[in-house]
Structure formats: structure tokens, C-alpha cells
Design a protein around this ligand. Structure first.
Ligand code: KG4
Ligand code: ZN
Length: 354
């Protein structure tokens, strides 16, 4: 692949439409030229979560205007695009089909090849767009709304699963706990904001699988424990859970966050010890959590471990990570772009199957 190859990336796996233009610098690192994002959060808020059919329809509305926007902002034209990368999975089937369909239509019209990218690989590699890019090999903590995994990463496409959640993801634990505390959707940012005003030691909540001796996670029991605790408090005060005093809700939020963060921290440290690696990459929406970042930073610096994060605005879903993962796969020779425009999507797709 020539160094100046221009990759257009399209992300549409869930509730964010993202489009970006990325090129590879002579240093071998990706360079983000422009990116644009439309979040559907407001649209789904009324339903308390993502409505897949509405998500797909909205991606259709947004993807071309966003494409025009990134081209205009970078001063490029469609004809300069060399490869069109899109999220092939995992995600919502209908939503994925929009991005795949548009990417393949653009590829066919421009006579340029297309590339299906794994959404989690996008998250995993997103710190390569930061001011402090990592070097291989490293341990990756992937914490999104649908996944919680620890991976050993030896290079682009060289991923070994070390452990993962056996039920809910960390993001799901944030979202579900936030919902039952009446904090709305998406729960992670709302819960962590409220947690900042609360006492993390106020309530004793379970740390699932903390001492399991392996690197797996389990978060399904935590939301039940939060619910039991919240209902107990609400019964004493004779109010609905969401009507509990703000200070009590803040203590519940802080205690929930503390439980999730402690498990993520301890398992990440165990993965570093097990692999002997001195580098940790944190990616996915939950990687935006300030408390997680603070605790990882201090524990890792005490162990001479370097921690890398994506830029805060690239932690949650975006097109930049898809364009970049596509460019890095091409450059590393892990994948060739395809001139066949008969696309498919993979709503379920394990990362270590790449
Ligand atoms: O990676 P992402 O944008 O989408 C998926 O691929 O799932 O992650 C979204 C998840 C949601 O569960 C959201 O609540 C969580 O990331 N999240 C956070 C924060 N920001 C986003 N969780 C905790 N603290 C945050 N600041
Ligand atoms: Zn994601």
C-alpha cells in the first residue's frame, strides 16, 4: 500500500453514524484527516435504549451528508479515495447493513475496493491515533457496551483472547444500573457523573469473579445487587427508587462504579502479570470513565507499566477508528481490499477469529 493511500471509513454498528478520512504517514502511523459523527442518543432516549429499526433508518439519513462533510473539511474529493472501509460486525444487523451497503455502492461507483472491518479491532487500535501511540506487543482491555475482553495483542490481526465476560459487559453493567437508578440512557456517562458526588464505600456491592483465578468477568449479578440495595433504601423511605435523595443515589452510583472499576483494574493487572507485558491499552466506551483511568494510571505507574488510551472523543464509536483499522490492516498485509461489492455483515463475530 502506498504511504499516502486515502481510506474512507464508515461506522454504523449501533447508535452512532461515523465517517472519517485517514491516511498513513511515512512513520507508519495513521493520520486522521477529518471525521464526523452523528449520535442518535437523543432519538433513543425516549425509549430508554437503542431501538434497532430506528437506528438503521437514521444511519441511512446521516451517512452521505457526513461523508460530504469529511470530504469538505479535509479538502478532498470522493475520486481521491483509494479504499472504502466499513464496519462489517459485530453489531446490529440492520444498522451494519446500512454502512456496508453505502460503502459497497460508493466503491462500485468509484471503482475502488472496499474493506470490511471488525468494530472491536477499530476500538483496539484507536490509541494509534492518539498523541501517545502504543507499540506492540501489549495487553488490551476492551470495554464497550457489548464486550468486555482482555486480549494479548502482538500486532495488527494478531490477537489472543485472555479472558472475557461470561454474561453482561462492563458498559452494560453501567447502563443497566443507571437505568434502574432512573438516570436514563446512555447510563455510563450519567452514572459516572453522579458517582463523582458520592461515597464509593457507602454500599458493599459484589466484585464478581474477582478471585476466580482466571481473567474472565461477570457483571450480571452486580445490577441485581444494585437493584436489591436500591429497593431496600426506597422501601425504608417509602419512595420510588428514582425519588431517593440525590445524595443516596450518588452513593449508590459511586459504589456501583467502584465495584466495576475494581474488577477491571485487578483483572487488567493480572493479565499484565500473566503475560509479563509492560504495556496496557484501554479501549471502548467505558475507557472514557475517569475513575477507571485514574486507578489504572496510578496502579500501572507503580508497576512501570505504560497505559495508552484513545483520545477521549474517540473512546466511543466513531468512523475514525474504522478508517484507521482498515488502513493499518492494509499496511500490515493482514487483509486485501476487495473489488467484489456483494457484501455481507457479521452481527456476531469474535475478534480472535480474525
Ligand atoms: O464502545 P461504545 O461506544 O459502543 C459499543 O461498541 O458498545 O461503548 C458504549 C458504552 C456504553 O455502555 C456507555 O454507557 C459506556 O460505553 N460509557 C461509559 C462512559 N462513557 C461511555 N461508561 C462509563 N463511564 C463513562 N464515562
Ligand atoms: Zn463500540
Amino acid at each position: 500500500m502506498s504511504k499516502q493511500m486515502l481510506v474512507l471509513g464508515i461506522e454504523s454498528s449501533c447508535d452512532e453514524t461515523g465517517v472519517a478520512l485517514v491516511t498513513m504517514a511515512s512513520t507508519g502511523l495513521p493520520v486522521l484527516l477529518s471525521h464526523a459523527l452523528y449520535s442518535q442518543i437523543e432519538m433513543h432516549q425516549a425509549f430508554g435504549g437503542v431501538v434497532p429499526e430506528l437506528a438503521s433508518r437514521d444511519h441511512i439519513r446521516r451517512v452521505l451528508p457526513l461523508t460530504q462533510q469529511v470530504l469538505a473539511e479535509s479538502g478532498r474529493t470522493l475520486s481521491e479515495v483509494d479504499v472504502v472501509a466499513f464496519t462489517r460486525g459485530p453489531g446490529l444487523a440492520g444498522a451494519l447493513l446500512v454502512g456496508a451497503g453505502v460503502a459497497c455502492a460508493l466503491g462500485a461507483a468509484l471503482k475502488k475496493p472496499v474493506l470490511g472491518v471488525h468494530h472491536l479491532e477499530g476500538h483496539l487500535l484507536s490509541p494509534f491515533l492518539s498523541a501517545d501511540p502504543p507499540e506492540f506487543p501489549f495487553v488490551a482491555l476492551l470495554v464497550s457496551g457489548g464486550h468486555t475482553q482482555l486480549m494479548r495483542v502482538d500486532g495488527v490481526g494478531r490477537y489472543t483472547l485472555l479472558g472475557e465476560t461470561i454474561d453482561d459487559a462492563a458498559g452494560e453493567a453501567f447502563d443497566k444500573s443507571a437505568k434502574l437508578l432512573g438516570l436514563g440512557y446512555p447510563g455510563g456517562p450519567a452514572l459516572s457523573k453522579l458517582a463523582a458526588q458520592g461515597n464509593p464505600a457507602a454500599f458493599k456491592l459484589p466484585r464478581p469473579l474477582l478471585h476466580s483465578g482466571n481473567l474472565d468477568f461477570s457483571f450480571a449479578g452486580l445490577k441485581t445487587a444494585v437493584m436489591v440495595q436500591a429497593k431496600k433504601l426506597a422501601a425504608v423511605q417509602e419512595v420510588a427508587v428514582e425519588r431517593l435523595p440525590m445524595s443516596v443515589l450518588a452513593d449508590l452510583a459511586a459504589s456501583t462504579q467502584a465495584a466495576i472499576v475494581e474488577v477491571l483494574l485487578k483483572k487488567s493487572l493480572a493479565a499484565l502479570a500473566q503475560t509479563g507485558l509492560k504495556r496496557l491499552v484501554v479501549a471502548g466506551g467505558v475507557g472514557a470513565n475517569q475513575s477507571l483511568r485514574e486507578q489504572l494510571n496510578s496502579a500501572c505507574s507503580a508497576r512501570q507499566v505504560r497505559v495508552h488510551y484513545p483520545e477521549l472523543h474517540l473512546c466511543t464509536d466513531n468512523g475514525a477508528m474504522i478508517a484507521m483499522a482498515g488502513a493499518m490492516r492494509l499496511q500490515s498485509g493482514q487483509q486485501e481490499a476487495s473489488g467484489i461489492y456483494a457484501f455481507d455483515v457479521k452481527p456476531r463475530w469474535p475478534l480472535d477469529a480474525l
